[in-house]
Design a protein around this ligand. Structure first.
Ligand code: HPA
Length: 278
């Protein structure tokens, strides 16, 4: 495979999906570590394993299923990615962006992205949900952009503006839903690091100094591709752990998955509430 994705590959996957579904999905959803159970509520679901849609990256990590679930959720036609892949698994950035490209060619307009993240902001606690108001694209600054390579002029511009990466109306709807359900929604800046290591205390002090509220290993590539193609994005981080700024605690994947279970009801309320309001 070329280092870059080709339009024919995107449209090949679109053709396979279209041949199996009879609906026009409007909302795409990417469910992160331990958060995939929301896909089980999709009605009239058609499931398609990622392996049927090459070069769709297949998730290799525990807590990530590997299938598309397409159907109805809260009255909306949705296409849900139950599990996602990450850069640290060895996929190229353009390949990480492939699923969002497929959504764009399918006509999906809105992207809801969830992830598990560590809290750099000391006011956040495990079990909180953070509305992503902006992201810090450290990997992009280092040259790893999913948009690197020939531009798809038929999808979006060579130099996309990132000033409105996270849609303000979708953010406002999320605030309303949290308020209606009686819980506080945190807000802040998310950074994606390459992983797979969790951060050193020095990494975390650096991230804090440059304005990061939550740290994870995903979402930024997908949202970058979404912006390029003109989709509106909503990003939600579930806070699974406090960052180890003082070097006295240990972060583990098991902890991240456990926290995912605790925070799932809140995340589900926000996502279903926003779908109802769309
Ligand atoms: N760091 C990076 N990624 C994460 C973390 C973290 O502390 N928690 C969950 N995903």
């Amino acid at each position: 495979m070329s280092e870059f994705i080709e339009l024919e590959q995107i449209d090949g996957a679109v053709k396979i999906i279209r041949s199996r579904i009879g609906v026009q999905p409007r909302v795409g959803m990417i469910l992160g570590s331990g958060l995939g159970t929301l896909a089980e509520s999709v009605k009239d679901a058609v499931t398609i394993p990622y392996g049927d849609l090459p070069p769709w990256p297949v998730s290799t990590v525990e807590g990530h299923h590997g299938q598309l679930v397409i159907g109805k959720l809260e009255g909306q036609e949705v296409l849900v990615m139950q599990g996602r892949s990450h850069y640290y698994e060895g996929y190229s950035m353009p390949q990480i962006g492939f699923p969002v490209r497929v959504m764009q060619r399918l006509g999906v307009e809105i992207l809801i992205v969830t992830n598990a993240a560590g809290a750099v902001n000391p006011n956040f606690e495990p079990g909180d949900v953070m509305l992503i108001t902006d992201h810090l694209n450290l990997l992009g600054m280092a040259g790893e952009s999913p948009l690197r390579g020939p531009n798809f002029d038929e999808i979006g511009p060579r130099f996309p503006d990132m000033g409105f990466a996270y849609d303000r109306e979708l953010g406002e709807l999320s605030r309303q839903v949290a308020e209606e359900n009686g819980f506080a929604l945190q807000e802040g800046v998310y950074v994606c690091l390459a992983g797979p290591t969790f951060e050193t205390p020095a990494d975390l002090r650096f991230l804090k100094a440059i304005g990061v509220d939550a740290v994870g290993m995903s979402t930024v590539p997908e949202v970058t591709v979404a912006v390029h193609g003109g989709m509106r994005s909503l990003g939600l981080s579930t806070i699974s752990n406090k960052a180890n700024l003082d070097g006295n605690t240990i972060t583990s994947h098991e902890e991240v998955l456990e926290a995912g279970k605790i925070v799932l009801p809140k995340l589900t309320q926000i996502v279903t509430g926003v779908l109802q309001k769309l």
